[in-house]
Design a protein around this ligand. Structure first.
Ligand code: URA
Length: 208
């Protein structure tokens, strides 16, 4: 299965705080941003480096710097927005695209309602972000849309996944690596991840 659980102690500690029903909007936002930064650290582990000459106060030495691989972050609206700033802190030159999909109540099929991407999407590595990988419907649809627009290298970064969502992602997009902080027990009858953290969008934006 193409899922990598990032179980760093700092991430697990912050995730427990995020799950807590007593955690308010301000703290929830801050924690989600911090976890996103820590997860992005792991996601970018294999970024290519190139050698360069650096003059230190003492001598000249051969050092390594990022070779300038182009990255774009693509939050799935709206909850994915809560993860963007945490990644941009680490990769300030990243472009940010946006994609919005909703589920049609009658057909139950995902419908794209917004998509704005960098023009050179085919040359960029995309980090698609959404805190909750529940049924997998939105992520699968969003990634299908990104591929249709030329995207070739895609990673998906979520906070919490349900096993059902991971399986659906893997079945539809086996080429996409999925990074999560936890895979929870199951989905309930209303499509919520259990134990989960509730509705991520509502908790980020303070809505109900
Ligand atoms: N979306 C959420 O925000 N929470 C869930 O538990 C499932 C989907």
């Amino acid at each position: 299965m193409q899922v990598k659980i990032i179980d760093h102690p700092l991430i697990q500690h912050k995730l427990s705080l995020v799950r807590d029903v007593k955690t308010g909007t301000k703290e929830f936002r801050e924690l989600l941003e911090e976890i996103s930064t820590l997860m992005a650290f792991e996601l970018t582990r294999n970024l290519p480096l190139e050698e360069t000459q650096v003059e230190t106060p003492l001598t000249t030495c051969t050092c390594k710097m990022l070779s300038g691989k182009k990255i774009a972050i693509v939050p799935i609206l709206r909850a994915g927005l809560g993860m963007v700033n945490g990644i941009v802190k680490l990769i300030p030159a990243a472009k940010v695209g946006h994609i919005g999909v909703y589920r049609d109540h009658e057909t139950l099929k995902p419908v794209e309602y917004f998509c704005k991407l960098p023009t050179d999407v085919a040359e960029r590595e995309l980090i698609v972000v959404d805190p909750m990988l529940a049924t997998g419907g939105s992520a699968v649809a969003a990634i299908e849309m990104l591929k249709a627009k030329g995207a070739k290298q895609i990673k998906l970064m979520c906070l919490v996944a349900a096993p059902e969502g991971v399986a659906v992602m893997n079945a539809h997009h086996p080429d996409v690596e999925v990074y999560v902080a936890a895979v929870d027990s199951h989905l309930n009858e209303r499509g919520y991840i259990v134990p989960g953290l509730g509705d991520a969008g509502d908790r980020i934006f303070g809505t109900k």
